[in-house]
Design a protein. Structure first.
Ligand code: GRF
Length: 215
């Protein structure tokens, strides 16, 4: 399936739904890019899986609708995912961005937004998927790590890669120092990846997202 190129796409039809669970610094980077005019999109809604997520306040401070939907209020994963999909669809969301959303995305949400869900992960995937990516990187003694934005599929952190950024790993790094270095790159990377996906002109070939025409 080729997603047609939309240079000069209509920012009013580029409606982002951002899913969070905590701090929301990537959400803030997206809010800042939209308000600076470097990302032509509207943030239609921010939804958190946790009522105490700091990111909810960031959204409200920016005048964005902020909802808390707790998985505990639903009988099972599918019901929760359907509720998320309904809330996003009701607000005309066209692209879903996971930004520190600490839940596996299930089929109801994948079906509602095919090739329309992005995630950011703090490693150079496919290395170190799952939790504690920075700890995994340090434990393996890698010299380079980084951040990845990818399309979300049913495979955990395994969907087609949109953009990556590398950072050096220093001998005296701790999880905190490495995380901070990676996070600075995440904040630059995520708005760039959203822009690239919204512009279209890409296709999925096997596991890869390929830009331009494929022969
Ligand atoms: C980031 O490191 C992101 O890569 C990972 O979760 C963290 C979220 O941080 N998926 P924040 O909530 O955006 O500050």
């Amino acid at each position: 399936m080729t997603v047609p190129e939309k240079k000069g796409y209509d920012p009013f039809s580029a409606r982002l739904g951002i899913l969070i669970s905590g701090r929301g610094s990537n959400l803030q980077a997206i809010i800042d890019a939209v308000s600076a005019g470097t990302l032509d999109a509207t943030i239609a809604v921010v939804i958190s899986s946790r009522a105490d997520a700091q990111g909810l306040q960031r959204a409200r401070d920016a005048g964005i609708e902020a909802l808390s939907l707790s998985p505990r209020d639903y009988p099972d994963r599918h019901a929760y995912d359907r509720a998320l999909a309904d809330a996003l669809c009701a607000r005309g969301v066209t692209l879903v961005c996971l930004a520190g959303f600490m839940r596996l995305v299930g089929q109801p949400l994948l079906d509602a937004f095919p090739l329309r869900i992005l995630n950011i992960h703090p490693s150079l995937l496919p290395a170190f998927p799952g939790l504690d990516a920075q700890r995994q990187a340090l434990d393996h003694g890698v010299r380079v790590s980084g951040a990845t934005v990818h399309l979300v599929t049913s495979e955990l952190d395994g969907g087609p890669i949109v953009l990556q950024a590398a950072v050096p790993v220093h001998a005296d790094d701790t999880v905190e120092t490495l995380s901070a270095r990676v996070l600075a790159e995440e904040h630059r990377l995520y708005p760039d990846a959203i822009r690239l996906v919204l512009e279209g002109g890409w296709t999925i070939v096997g596991r890869r997202l390929v830009r331009g025409s494929v022969s």
